[in-house]
Design a protein around this ligand. Sequence first.
Ligand SMILES: [Zn+2]
Length: 335
Amino acid sequence: MKAAVYTTEKRLVVREVPDPIAGDDEIIMKVKYCAICGSDIHRYIYGMVKPGTILGHEFSGTVAAMGKKVSGFKIGDRIARWGGKITRGRDQPNFPPRYSAKERGFLPMFAGAYAQYMAIHADKVVKLPDEVSDIDAALLEPLTVAVHAVRLSKIMLGDFVVVIAAGPIGLFTIQCAKLAGALKILVSEINETRLQVASILGADYGVNPLRGDVVQQVVDLTQIGADVVFECAGAKNTLQQSLEMAKMGGQVVVVALCWEQAECLPVEWVGREVEMKASYGHLNSEWAISLDLMRLGKISTQPLITGIIELPEIDNAFRELLEPHSRSVQIVVKT
Ligand SMILES: [Zn+2]
């Protein structure tokens, strides 16, 4: 089969590789769509994966073959990525006590979906309902990241919410925050295309922080500051910005993984007893919420999807997404 393979030159090159073989508990999926994730772009530029790796973890496709212990699926079933089994009374990921996202890096969990076929544990895929399209299903993973962040927040009906950065996670966070009761949402984003998409998806105010003082604008609009701020940028200065714009006793939910020292001046916001909550990935149970939100038509994906490409165009697409003023938001690879 053909797959986009990460090379020693830090590029993605389409090569012929051996077809995957299903282990007893595994499904071979014929990949239909795989969305390009910001974390794959990090892996790509920082060389966090071994040469020879196939990336891609936001996928949908059909069942092409199954291992002998797999039940509940048949050849041709439409499937997509899923969180996995929920063990009774336990829904937390199985991380060691001193787990560090930095130490773990961005190691892929399985051979990925920038390929024609992939092998995946049967617990890690779900059969799709008719109402959810193949391309939308490929975005279940980033949607579930937003679902997790919003469920960890203390949003209440009527709140003023800020979302810092309108990449795919920020754009899903806007929609989930509205569903959770946010009345007004301000989005801070340096990319004008993304600001436009944010407004289509329900942001009430769009601010380019390069053109004005976004903290001051939040204070002007609310008098007291934002109730909840979602930090989905992970830039050097955005954590401080988020903490500064929160109201007295307000909350900052840190979603983005910032890989450099963030600049922070606590004396600006400690006096307001701002609460900070980190949000990382998702719980297995939250995937069902995402799938239901999509099934019920509560989430829009079309405005985010700015490009559908073929596998050989993938390296160019990664380079395009690295441009800060790129007109691309979410690019999806169609296999
Ligand atoms: Zn992802």
